[in-house]
Design a protein around this ligand. Structure first.
Ligand code: NAD
Ligand code: ZN
Length: 319
């Protein structure tokens, strides 16, 4: 058992508290990782508010990390102590029909098909003050050590800088993949990106790499615009600078609406605005933002009837 520090969320609505926790050794088929760096994704904030489904408290959040394998359980062959790794918040067992489908990045042996946030054997490797602490997406990177199933670990290049590549664990892979894998942005197309956090900025990068000719970045915080421009946005607009709805502004700017729009915030009104911003014929909208569990969206069905498509994405379709 390793004793180390972790940021624990004891109950919804309470701030994180840094505690000394016990991390049990990996069981068969599991890997214990020393987490060296972790990012903070807005989804971690959703947990603190208690707005994600199927998350039991107390829990150690964090799902965007990189580290070094500390020890391995019986039967583990793909990594060894000392290897640099990224824990995967969407695992890949490699054997189920979803894993074998090149169009899917889901895995049937994942926490998404379980209504609890424990490891696959329904136990936890974390405890604190005599209490069992839950895992989050099996990765819990807000702990100095974490235990994950072997098929939720990717070995990476030994020279990779862990403080940078940790972003492949969620934010970068999600945004970049939303443009490349989910929307499949075509060269010369027009794009609109709603929300310029770490994920939205990664969508901007994906649209640029795909060869989009115009990338319109939308945010209510104008301090985000300089970075968005540096990464490839051609126009930056603040919905609060207009009296008319932002979908009308975007339609006027582009003639008939953009070819691809991305909602990377997680609000119902911006989801609908993003859908209405893409053109009625072949426009495609990708839902990336996570809405509070139990919330619903209502739309005018004509938006879809005329030919638009609306898709969601988890981790940008990245395997
Ligand atoms: P973030 O908080 O860093 O960024 C959100 C941005 O949206 C901010 O710049 C904010 O100013 C802007 N914003 C807020 N309200 C707005 C409005 N009404 N109009 C325009 N802009 C507005 O968040 P992030 O870490 O980049 O994550 C973004 C969303 O993506 C979150 O909902 C997160 O949970 C979700 N997410 C989804 C996946 C997935 O796999 N689908 C993965 C990671 C994150
Ligand atoms: Zn995330």
């Amino acid at each position: 058992v390793i004793r180390c520090r972790a940021a624990v969320a004891w109950a919804p609505g309470k701030p994180l508290s840094v505690e000394e926790v016990e991390v049990a050794p990996p069981k068969a088929g599991e890997v214990r990782i020393k987490i060296v760096a972790t990012g903070i994704c807005h989804s971690d904030d959703h947990i603190l508010k208690g707005s994600l489904p199927n998350v039991e408290f107390p829990v150690i959040p964090g799902h965007e990390g990189a580290g070094i394998v500390e020890s391995i359980g019986e039967g583990v062959t793909s990594v060894k102590p000392g290897d640099k790794v990224i824990p995967l918040c969407i695992p890949q067992c490699g054997e189920c029909s979803f894993c074998q489908n090149p169009e899917s990045n889901f895995c049937q042996k994942s926490h998404f098909s379980e209504s609890q946030n424990l490891l696959p054997d329904k136990t936890s490797r974390f405890s604190c003050k005599g209490k069992q602490i839950h895992h989050f997406l099996w990765v819990s990177t807000f702990s100095e050590y974490t235990v994950v199933p072997e098929y939720a670990v990717a070995k990476i290049d030994a020279a990779a800088p862990l403080d940078k590549v940790c972003l492949f664990g969620c934010g970068f892979s999600t945004g970049y993949g939303a443009a490349i894998n989910t929307a499949k942005v075509k060269p010369g197309s027009t794009c609109a990106v709603f929300g310029l956090g770490g994920v939205g900025l990664s969508v901007v990068m994906g649209c640029k790499v795909a060869g989009a000719s115009r990338i319109i970045a939308v945010d209510i915080n104008k301090d985000k615009f300089a970075k968005a421009k540096q990464l490839g946005a051609t126009d930056c607009i603040n919905p609060r600078d207009f009296t008319k709805p932002i979908q009308e502004v975007l339609t006027e700017m582009t003639g008939q609406g953009v070819d691809y729009s991305f909602e990377v915030i997680g609000h119902a009104d911006t989801m609908v605005a993003a859908l209405a911003s893409c053109n009625m014929s072949t426009g495609g909208c990708v839902m990336v933002g996570v809405m509070d569990s139990g919330s619903e969206i209502s739309i005018d069905p004509t938006l879809l009837l005329t030919g638009r498509t609306w898709k969601g994405t988890m981790l940008g379709g990245s395997k």
